[in-house]
Ligand binder design. Structure first.
Ligand code: 6PG
Length: 246
């Protein structure tokens, strides 16, 4: 199933659209179920979305009813410049009022394997969503992901055995040349159980991989992690002109 693609002029317009989409999903989730379960990623593009969410009071984000989780994390201290938690903290959570208990960071100080195991438990604790059995993935309302130019998403890299893992979260070693090496990532079990899986894609270096997946009629790109992510209700790619060849 092809994703819905929304093309925006540049990263600022993309971020404004993504912020509006976040607020819409949040309001719908809160009105239907009382809480909004949001998962976010790292990389560079989310900083623009986080800044926009922090600046736009008019979006009426129900932060007090929003539970935040991370799709992946680099195994570094939470204060490290390459930490995905730190990115979100600096650009968003230091600027809006989210109760600390609602920020469910991946506890990297435990080391990769224990952090993945503890995070699995954290995912299973999501209140009210465990009814279908202890090892069932929770249902996130919205997961924001990015696309690596090699087709990775979260910290699920092409060719990795983690793509078929039965777990909810795994300790990952990134391929040679990708730093930091040690990561924790949620698996496709979690990503494919979200109501909406949404991607933020910006920049000319993404053009090849975006074109390759969208033009794929014969399933040749289906081995790429990005191409294997489908939301339960929606899969949306927010791309900017630089990343989209048409
Ligand atoms: C990470 C990510 C990763 C990211 C992509 C795209 O921690 O690195 O979660 O999957 O989303 O690499 O990154 P950009 O936002 O820089 O394009």
């Amino acid at each position: 199933m092809k994703p819905e693609v929304r093309v925006h002029a540049d990263v600022d317009e993309l971020s404004r659209a993504a912020a509006r989409w976040t607020a819409l999903c949040a309001r719908q989730a809160v009105s239907a179920r009382g809480r909004f379960f949001l998962m976010i990623s790292g990389g560079t593009t989310p900083a623009h979305l986080f800044d926009t969410l922090a600046q736009k009071a008019g979006l009426a984000m129900p932060w007090d009813k929003t539970e935040i989780y991370w799709a992946d994390e680099r195994v570094v201290p939470p204060t490290d410049p390459s930490s995905n938690f730190r990115l979100a903290q600096e650009h968003l959570f230091s600027r809006v009022s989210v109760p600390e208990a609602q920020l469910h960071r991946i506890q990297t100080e435990l080391g990769p394997s224990a952090a993945a195991y503890t995070y699995r438990d954290e995912l299973l604790r999501i209140s009210g969503l465990q009814a279908r059995g202890a090892d069932q993935p929770p249902v996130f309302d919205l997961i924001w992901l990015g696309i690596g130019k090699d087709g990775h998403t979260a910290s699920l890299f092409p060719g990795s055995a983690d793509l078929d893992s039965p777990e909810l979260a795994v300790a990952v070693r990134a391929p040679a040349g990708v730093a930091p090496t040690d990561r924790v990532s949620v698996t496709l079990n979690v990503l494919n159980n979200a109501r909406c899986a949404a991607f933020l894609v910006s920049g000319a270096d993404k053009r090849d991989v975006v074109g390759r997946i969208l033009a794929d009629e014969k399933g040749r790109a289906s081995e790429l992690p990005v191409a294997r992510v489908h939301g339960l209700e929606q899969t949306i790619w927010f791309v900017d002109r630089a990343a989209f060849a048409g």
